[in-house]
Design a binder for this molecule. Structure first.
Ligand SMILES: Nc1ncnc2c1ncn2[C@@H]1O[C@H](COP(=O)(O)OP(=O)(O)OP(=O)(O)O)[C@@H](O)[C@H]1O
Ligand SMILES: [Mg+2]
Length: 309
């Protein structure tokens, strides 16, 4: 696997789930030492060797452009929503769906779990989907309905989705750690995390625990971003809003997770309820997209343009 690393060390790494050089390179040495149960010197050495294989350090901007040209964009179901996302949900990035209850976060995830499995020529990623469900809201029946309404084989779609229910934040972290291996082994092109912060918010209560919570959250998010970039896949997270009634200007509903969340997510989509089954979406804080508000609708077929319902 890696030149210069003893076979016993390689076996230990394999046993701990590090089946690829990428996975080793993407994990901090401190964590490898902990997960594999090896000395920190060995872990640092293994990490450095692995990074020599996969991480060239500084690269010409042209190479980044080339990487971005390999990026695939997935259809959300709504052309308007695709448009404000610059064509759809990007690979190599984290897309965050933010909104209050019933704003359509989970419905967008369900629709993406179907559309992402379509071939690239048809607006998908042509790959499988993995869902980490922290709220117990993942409904296979609803996925089937969306697939059938779109004229697709619903059994095949369900076969292409792997679900894990995360029961608490520690469990969620274990599941995140297992992603590099799973993504490679199961041909995953989209990872859905619905929701990212729910457990963290529920478990770390009170000011004294905030720093620890944010540190753990940050570590999870950086792992997710590394998976997205290393495998050129897409990560979609959902996030709730916190009402801050003392806000003088702008929207009193703020995304939870603070700066840690804001910095980690490449694209942030703010969702709000509109009239009847319509919803409003706005892309906020994007490095490359203008801020614009659009309308979409939630129907039996999942997410569609508002005028199609
Ligand atoms: N089969 C369906 N047909 C039409 N609309 C539906 C259907 N199923 C759900 N919806 C709509 O989706 C809404 C729920 O949206 P969603 O589950 O995405 O909310 P959410 O943003 O994930 O909220 P939460 O924060 O509670 O998880 C419902 O209020 C309903 O209007
Ligand atoms: Mg939901």
């Amino acid at each position: 696997m890696l030149k210069g690393v003893a076979s016993t060390t390689v076996n230990k790494l394999l046993k701990a789930g590090f089946t690829t050089i990428q996975a080793v390179a993407m994990t901090p040495a401190r964590e490898i030492a902990e997960l594999v149960g090896m000395g920190s010197d060995t872990a640092v050495k293994v990490c450095r060797l692995a990074r020599m294989h996969v991480d060239p350090g500084f690269v010409p901007a042209l190479e980044i452009l080339d990487m971005r040209q390999h990026m695939v964009k997935c259809n959300t179901g709504s052309q308007e929503l695709n448009r404000i996302l610059g064509g759809g949900v990007e690979t190599g990035a984290i897309t965050e769906l933010i909104g209050e209850f019933g704003s359509g976060k989970t419905q967008i995830c369900f629709t993406l779990a179907v559309t992402a499995q379509q071939p690239v020529e048809e607006g998908g990623y042509g790959g499988n989907v993995c869902v980490i469900d922290t709220e117990g809201t993942f409904m296979p029946e609803r996925i089937m309905q969306i697939a059938e309404e779109r004229g697709l084989d619903s059994t095949k779609i369900l076969e292409g989705i792997l679900i894990a229910r995360a029961y608490n934040s520690e469990h969620q972290i274990i599941l995140i750690n297992s992603l590099p291996e799973l993504v490679e082994k199961s041909g995953i092109k989209l990872v859905i995390m619905d929701s990212m912060i729910g457990h963290f918010r529920g478990e770390y209560i009170g000011r004294g625990t905030l720093a620890e919570r944010q540190q753990k959250l940050g570590s999870c998010l950086s792992k997710l971003l590394r998976v997205a970039e290393a495998f050129n896949i897409s990560v979609v997270l959902t996030n709730q809003v916190l009402s801050t009634p003392d806000t003088m200007y702008g929207d009193p509903n703020k995304p939870t997770g603070g700066h840690v969340m804001a910095h980690a997510c490449t694209h942030r989509v703010f969702l709000r309820r509109g009239r009847q089954n319509t919803r409003l979406a706005r892309v906020i804080d994007s490095p490359s997209l203008p801020e614009e508000k659009i309308r979409f609708a939630i129907t039996a077929a999942g997410i569609v343009d508002a005028d199609e319902e």
